[in-house]
Write a protein that binds this ligand. Structure first.
Ligand code: GLY
Length: 324
């Protein structure tokens, strides 16, 4: 049976990769110990020292469902909230990781298998993009996964992923679901609308460390993938936007009841209601990770979450928080 709820999807994803030798690790804090990002913006953030070779992972393969916030710095979706059908500042990222272990072939093969068999998505509605110079990834999608060449498109900077201005980076390959002509023009993700072709999974082929003076190769090519749980739920539940999934719809309803403004009253008030719901959700998760509000600096509480830590340097001082 294909998963339907958020919890079923989390569990199907971690089981699938656990069966393929990945250690199932808990989500790290939303507050990274890394000063190059304000919040944990992706599943790979807690593992940056492993990608860079600064620390050795006890597990060559890992799988997580990571809490993420994109509200500052290079990955900042704040201005999109309520205006698009797909952006959230807080979201859960499903990710499988290889620290110098497997590379493109396995990452692509498993992503395709989980998408088509695990989630039950119709392969004829899936498109993929690859970096314009990545012939190898295009060939794996075509030959090993069996994706039709017409539905493999090449893109430039959009298919190159960076954690921040500095840090691990590499060419990436994204999987999109075609929601149908009622959501926009055709032509695939490279030419059609972003509401129609919903990107839900990004496979990053980590190969470089971006430094201020330029890129240097990572000690080992590695894999970092990120699939958006809320976007997958949108597709599975057959709803129009991330604000309509069961995890969000009640919050939007609550924003409507608190303000006395009905959803649908105007496009502007709809953006406001969705933003209220979304920001309340993000704020709740940040507070639960001991973030205090401040307009000056990163402020966190004194509570250490070491008991639930799984990442590098777990110890008496919370590894997921800035070093104090
Ligand atoms: N780290 C992959 C992504 O966030 O898309």
């Amino acid at each position: 049976m294909t998963p339907k709820t958020a919890q079923e999807i989390r569990s199907a994803f971690t089981s699938f990769f656990s069966e393929r030798g990945h250690a199932v690790l808990p989500s790290a804090s939303l507050i990274p110990r890394d000063p190059t990002v304000l919040f944990t913006v992706a599943g790979m953030v807690p593992f940056k020292p492993y990608f860079l070779g600064e620390e050795t992972s006890p597990h060559p393969r890992a799988v997580t469902v990571q809490k993420c916030v994109r509200a500052g710095g290079k990955h900042n979706d704040l201005d999109e909230i309520g205006r698009t059908r797909r952006h959230l500042t807080f979201f859960e990222m499903l990710g499988n990781f290889s620290f110098g272990d497997y590379f493109k072939a396995e990452a692509i093969d498993w992503a395709w298998e989980f998408t088509t068999e695990g989630l039950g998505f119709d392969p004829d509605r899936l498109w993929v993009t690859v970096h314009h110079r990545d012939d190898e990834a295009a060939e794996i999608w075509r030959e090993a996964a069996g994706v039709s060449p017409q539905r493999i498109q090449r893109m430039g900077e959009d298919n190159y992923w960076r954690m921040a201005e500095t840090g691990p980076c590499g060419p990436c390959s994204e999987i999109f679901f075609d929601k149908g002509p009622e959501f926009g023009p055709d032509g695939g993700p490279a030419h059609g609308g972003e509401d129609r072709y919903l990107e839900f999974w990004n496979l990053v082929f980590m190969q470089f460390d971006q430094r201020p003076e330029g890129q240097v190769p990572l000690p080992e090519p590695s894999i970092d993938t990120g699939a958006g749980l809320e976007r997958i739920l949108t597709l599975i539940q057959g709803v129009e936007s991330v604000f309509d999934i069961d995890e969000m719809v009640q919050l939007v309803g609550e924003a409507s009841s608190v303000t006395g403004v009905k959803l649908g009253a105007s496009p502007h008030s709809d953006v406001t209601l969705r933003s209220l719901a979304e920001h309340a959700r993000t704020t709740a998760f940040l507070i639960s990770d001991w973030v205090f509000t401040s307009n000056e600096d990163r402020r966190i509480g004194a509570m250490c979450c070491a008991a639930s830590c799984a990442g590098p340097s777990a110890g008496p001082i919370c590894w997921a928080s800035p070093r104090r």
